[in-house]
Design a protein around this ligand. Structure first.
Ligand code: NZQ
Ligand code: ZN
Length: 390
C-alpha cells in the first residue's frame, strides 16, 4: 500500500426495503427546521415524497421546501438555496434525489454561512470551509444510483456563464450524516438514467484502478466490484424490477466511490475531467459523458500501463491469457468493455450528446489536467481523444 493514510467514513447507511423507517430516528438528532431539497418532481410521482414528508411530520419538523434542483446543479441555484437556508436558519438539509440533489445539498451546506462567493472560494479555489465556519448537516434519501454522493464528500457544480463544471471533494464534516438506501426507490428511474448511472459506477472504479504498478488490496476490491456490477447490470437492463440486481448495483455504487478502493494507491480521474468539460458545454447526462470518451481514452493511454490493462482483461472479463501478449490482452479487455457498454445501452461516442468538431477546442480548454494516471495528458492529447470519440 502506498504512503500513509487515514480512513474515516462518518456516513451512517440504512439499506434495504424498509430503510426509510429509520428516517424518523435520524431526524430526531437535529433541530426543528429542515430544508427539504429535491429535483424536478419525480419523487412526487413515485410516492417517495409522501413517505419522507410523513417522517418529517412525525418528527415534528418545520419544513422549508427547496425543489427544482436540476441535473448538473448550477451556481445560480446554489445561491438561491444558500439564501433560503440562511433566511430560515435551517438545522438540517435533507436531500431526496440522485447525485445532483445530494451534491447540491453539500454545496448549500457550506455556502449558507460563507460571506463571499461560494463558487470562487470552494470550487475555483478548492478551499475547505474555515475552521470556525458553520456547516449545516446534510442527510440524504437516495433515489438514483451512480455517483456515490450519498457516502462521500463530492459536490459538483456547473457555472453556465463560464462553461465550467467543477467538483470539490469536501471533508468528513460535509459528508452526509446519514443516507437512506432503499433499492425499490430506484425502480422508477428511466432506463437511460439507470444505465448512465451503471456506467458512472464502472467509471469510478476504473478511474481508481487504472493507475500505479503495485499489486494492492484496493485493486482486488475494485475487480470484485466490477465483476459484481457487470453481472447485475446484465440482469437489470433486461428486468429493471429485479430487486436482487438493483440492490447489488446500489451497494456497489456506494462502495465504488466512498474512497475505500482508492486507499493506498494513485488514481487517474481524467475520464471524469473530460466528461465534466463535455457536461459544461452540453449539459449531457453525467454517465454518458464518461461512456462517450472512455474507449478512446483507454486506447490512447493503454501502452503506458499495459500490464494493468492485461490484468483488467483476465481478472474482470475472464479472458484467457494463454499464448497472448499483454497488448493483445489489453485490446481484448477494451473490446469486452465496449461490447458490454453496447449491451447495456450507453453512449459510445459524443456526437449523440451534442458535441460537434468546432467545440473540441473549448472542451479541451475546460478540461482540468490531472496527474497520476498512466499518461499525463496534454491539451493535444485531449483533442485527440475527443476527435476519436466523435
Ligand atoms: O429531478 P428529479 O425529479 O429528481 O429527476 C432525476 C433527474 O432527472 C431523475 N431521477 C432521480 N431519481 C429518480 C429519478 N427519476 C425517476 N425515479 C427516481 N427514483 O434522474 C435524473 C438524473 O438525476 P441526477 O441526480 O442528476 O443523476 P446522478 O445521480 O447521475 O447525478 C449526477 C450529478 O452528480 C455529479 C455529476 O457530475 C452530476 O452533476 N457527480 C457527483 C459525484 C460525487 N458526489 O462524488 C461524482 C460523480 O462522478 C459525478 O461527477
Ligand atoms: Zn462520475
Amino acid at each position: 500500500m502506498l504512503g500513509n493514510f487515514s480512513y474515516c467514513n462518518p456516513t451512517k447507511l440504512y439499506f434495504g426495503e424498509d430503510a426509510q423507517n429509520n428516517l424518523t430516528t435520524e431526524l430526531q438528532k437535529y433541530g426543528p427546521k429542515v430544508l427539504l431539497t429535491y429535483g424536478s418532481g419525480s419523487i412526487k410521482k413515485n410516492g417517495i415524497y409522501d413517505e419522507v414528508l410523513s417522517a418529517l411530520h412525525a418528527s415534528g419538523k418545520k419544513i422549508i421546501e427547496l425543489p427544482g434542483v436540476m441535473p448538473n446543479p448550477t451556481t445560480d441555484k446554489l445561491l438561491e438555496g444558500a439564501e433560503l437556508a440562511r433566511r430560515h436558519n435551517v438545522d438540517l438539509i435533507l436531500a431526496v434525489g440522485g447525485g445532483s440533489t445530494i451534491d447540491y445539498a453539500k454545496a448549500v451546506s457550506v455556502a449558507t454561512w460563507y460571506d463571499g462567493d461560494p463558487w470562487e472560494h470552494f470550487y475555483l479555489r478548492q478551499n475547505e470551509p474555515d475552521a470556525g465556519q458553520r456547516i449545516i448537516p446534510v442527510g440524504s434519501v437516495l433515489t438514483m444510483v451512480g455517483t456515490g454522493s450519498e457516502m462521500n464528500g463530492g459536490s459538483v457544480i456547473t457555472n453556465h456563464l463560464t462553461k465550467m463544471k467543477i467538483g470539490k471533494v469536501f471533508g468528513t464534516n460535509v459528508m452526509p450524516r446519514f443516507a437512506i438506501l432503499n433499492p425499490r426507490y430506484t425502480f422508477s428511474v428511466p432506463q437511460r438514467q439507470m444505465v448512465s448511472g451503471i456506467f458512472d459506477i464502472m467509471s469510478h472504479i476504473m478511474e481508481q484502478y487504472f493507475s500505479g504498478t503495485d499489486n494492492n488490496t484496493s485493486d482486488y476490491l475494485a475487480e470484485g466490484l466490477m465483476r459484481s456490477l457487470i453481472h447485475s447490470s446484465r440482469i437489470a437492463v433486461k428486468n429493471p424490477q429485479d430487486y436482487e440486481a438493483r440492490s447489488n448495483i446500489m451497494w456497489t455504487s456506494t462502495w465504488a466511490l466512498n474512497t475505500l478502493i482508492g486507499m493506498g494507491k494513485t488514481q487517474d480521474w481524467m475520464v471524469h475531467m473530460i466528461g465534466h468539460a463535455i457536461g459544461a458545454h452540453t449539459n449531457a447526462t453525467h454517465g454518458m459523458t464518461l461512456s462517450g470518451v472512455s474507449i478512446a481514452y483507454y486506447h490512447h493511454i493503454k501502452t503506458y500501463g499495459l500490464a494493468k490493462f492485461a490484468r483488467f482483461a483476465t481478472a474482470v472479463w475472464n479472458i484467457h491469457e494463454a499464448g497472448k501478449s499483454e497488448e493483445q490482452l489489453a485490446n481484448e479487455g477494451l473490446e469486452a468493455l465496449l461490447a458490454w457498454m453496447k449491451e447495456i445501452g450507453v453512449a459510445t461516442e459524443i456526437t449523440s450528446l451534442g458535441v460537434t468538431e468546432d467545440m473540441l477546442g473549448d472542451i479541451a480548454d475546460a478540461t482540468v489536467l490531472m496527474k497520476a494516471g498512466y499518461k499525463d495528458l496534454t491539451r493535444e492529447d485531449v483533442i485527440t481523444i475527443l476527435k476519436n470519440s466523435l
